[in-house]
Write a protein that binds this ligand. Structure first.
Ligand code: B1M
Length: 209
């Protein structure tokens, strides 16, 4: 089995202790970081499908997520670019009621590597926490909101509304996450939308220029 396939299988089966080593071995064997990352993202889709079909349950999803995070830890220094150019501070978080953070962490990593200083509020972030973070941090130029559940899409809406109603200015709001569409982003008043971590970094730069 190729090293990259081994990484994929280890993530799918939640073998967190082995994933880091396997990712390093895949790199040593010549695989590119982006390729390994995509293999792990594909694994999470398999995990999601197995969950949907009742083959696995929440604990298995959780351990697969932990395994993927271990793999991402090895890739992080290789994915981070030259962030000498400061495009300001980005406040990021997964919206209220939502505990998914792998996608948000990847988006944070890519936006940071595009030249932003990152303030990561974590998961299940109440609307007011975003407002507080904009007030408390210097030169916030971007607020990035992630939502992974159809049931937390209204939290994206209320977070955008609360942030816009705060009267604070000088930043743009970008939203994303699997159930989010460009149409929904526009409907809730977000300034931007991106489908994945790479395009989030591109869009982030575009929004603050
Ligand atoms: Co959850 N979960 N989960 N889960 N989970 C999904 C999302 C689901 C699709 C699985 C399924 O049924 N097939 C489903 C949602 C269905 C729906 O709403 N339509 C689901 C469900 C139902 C649930 C629970 C309700 C299950 C339950 O309890 N019965 C529960 C909810 C808990 C809560 O949040 N309140 C739950 C719990 C969990 C765990 C905690 C066990 C775990 C998360 C652990 C963690 O994140 N630390 C988990 C996992 C692992 C998943 C799946 C399997 C994988 C998610 C993931 O990390 N994907 C997921 C199935 C799937 O995704 N196919 C699933 C990899 C990641 C790289 O992709 O997060 O999509 P993603 O991020 C992408 C893009 O979306 C985008 O860029 C990222 C990188 O390219 N993106 C942005 C994300 N944020 C962005 C922000 C941007 C721009 C782009 O701008 C700011």
């Amino acid at each position: 089995m190729s090293k990259i396939m081994e990484v994929k299988e280890l993530v799918e089966t939640g073998k967190s202790k082995k994933v880091g080593t396997a990712v390093q071995e895949a790199l040593d064997a010549g695989s590119q970081p982006g390729e390994i990352l995509q293999a792990m993202v594909d694994s999470m889709s398999v995990v999601g499908d197995k969950f949907s079909s009742g083959e696995i349950f929440v604990p298995e999803m959780l351990i697969a997520a932990k395994a993927m995070s271990k793999g991402v830890d090895v890739l992080r220094p290789l994915m981070a670019g030259d962030n000498a150019a400061s495009l300001g501070t980005c406040v990021i978080g997964t919206v209220a009621g939502d505990l998914h953070d792998i996608g948000k962490n990847l988006v944070a990593m890519m936006i940071e590597s595009a030249g932003f200083t990152m303030v990561d509020l974590g998961v299940d972030v109440a609307d007011e926490k975003f407002v507080e973070a904009i007030k408390e941090n210097e030169n916030v130029t971007l607020v990035a909101l992630s939502g992974l559940l159809t049931t937390t899409m209204p939290s994206l809406k209320s977070a955008v509304e609360t942030i816009k109603a705060s009267g604070l200015t000088g930043f743009k709001v970008i939203v994303g996450g699997a159930p989010v569409t460009p149409e929904y982003a526009a409907e809730i008043g977000a300034d931007g939308y991106a489908a994945d971590a790479g395009s989030a970094a591109v869009k982030a730069k575009e929004l603050v220029k």
